[in-house]
Design a protein around this ligand. Sequence first.
Ligand SMILES: Nc1ncnc2[nH]cnc12
Length: 579
Amino acid sequence: MAEQRYRWSSEQLREQLAIIDGKRSPEKVLTNATYLHTYLHQWKKGNIWIDQDRIVYVGERLPSKLEQCEVIDCSGYYLVPGYIEPHAHPFQLYNPQTFAEYAAKWGTTTIINDNLMLVLQLSKKKAFSFLRAAESFPVTMYWWCRFDGQTELENEEEKFSYAAIKEWLRQKTVVQGGELTGWPRLLAGDDAMLYWIQEAKQMKKQIEGHFPGASEKTLTKMMLIGADCDHEAMTGKEVYERLLHGYTVSLRYSSIRPDLPVLLEEMKALGIGQYDRLIFTTDGSTPSFYEHGIIDQMIRLAIEKGVPIIDAYQMATVNVARHYQMEHLHGSITTGRIAHINFLQAPDDPTPVSVLAKGQWVKRDGYSKAVSSLDWGAFGMAPLRLTWQLSLDDLQFSMPLGMYMENSVIMRPYSISIDTSHDELSTAHDESFFMLVDRNGKWRVNTVVKGFATHVKGLASSYSNTGDLLIIGKSKRDMLLAFQRMNEIGGGIVLVEDGEVIHEIPLPLGGVMSTKPVEELMMEEKRLKTMLAERGYRFADPVYSLLFFQSTHLPYIRITPKGIYDVMNKTILFPSIMR
Ligand SMILES: Nc1ncnc2[nH]cnc12
């Protein structure tokens, strides 16, 4: 795809000027609009002219030429700028395109996305051509550039080399470095990460933190190093500390951390009534969490918790645009901005009935339109086709050290005391066989997980941080069958019981993402959750458990491609075994 050097070409700019001079008509005029004026902090009345993807005029005038112009009477509606999700992980079973399409229906028309799956699953060339293809979505897609893979990778030096990171940072839709899941390494002296932060800042890109539970000392050091924002505050006090040290703070409401209501209450108790440095994020929630909206549901919660209405909208729009230095394009309904506009029925009802994204209707009078499609094959995202087989010999679990699940995502080491030499474990306890296998079939790591479930017989998942294969269960026979079925369907999550496949979520995009609409995935995910809960899974989010089993940004012990890893001591306790 040919790359356009500037956001609008010289020819397009001349055409826009011709509209103002009355020589051409705009494509759309929104008349009698009551719209939120971001900078005056008030609702104004006026007319909004749109040509292609741009707002070319906002004010009292009407265009002198109206032929070929769609005129929309906005009486009775309240217009606000399209919402911005500043921190999406667009691969929680959905993919970046299906997530964007779903988000647009709820008025979230600009998304700043994690590049983790693109880095780990695609070659650089294919990933960059994907970024360019995503520019044609009606939703504006920006990206961030990870500095580490949040696990112990075999090919870390290749994926996160100096040259690769610099190239990622240079991509024009990449707007920030981070999130800094590897910050302990940085403070311990990793100069590569320090250099990348400096490079990103030199390019006027932001640095996103990842500082759960960080002390004031750590927050101070990270601000000195260059972090600009953090989305990990879990209490009002943590919000306060971050604001105190000059951070932009993302208030989070996600499937694993639905913190927003508590944060707002605790902030109120601490006397925080200034919202300019606060933004919202849903932090890559799993599909069913989005049943009632995306950023719109956060605005609603904020209004319910007493945040002044205009401030609540600003937190979802201009505050984000300001943080990323893109106010000339996003965050307000003013001249020159990209035409992302939400039509509301009332100021305190942030879920739009109609949505314009880049000047196109993506939702009209409650009905959504599918607008973007993508040939994933062109980017090398193909179904998984394993050319090797797993055998009973691979299912040996003589390891002394297991992983105990404290909640959906936190795991502690523990000593295995059960007899693992049989083909089946008792359902009277919550310990299960657990393995991570290289998707290329070269290595495996076998252990026991305690706390996952009591009655899950065989579960196989190609959905994981690295796309390597997780196999869990009480029965080796069912685990093997789940693995075979997962391979047959081209990757995904498969649940087997007593020789029968009882649920599956196909993930044909590299074994990690689906092509189905988010609405359909919600049903599949809910069914998985129910079936796992019926079999003894006790936590909130099994999809996140699968994603994070390998993720070393979380305590205390992880199963990684290099082996069982002790996060605090940064050491491999038991290396992976070659097959
Ligand atoms: N660090 C992370 N990586 C992937 N998905 C996430 N969702 C929330 N945090 C995440």
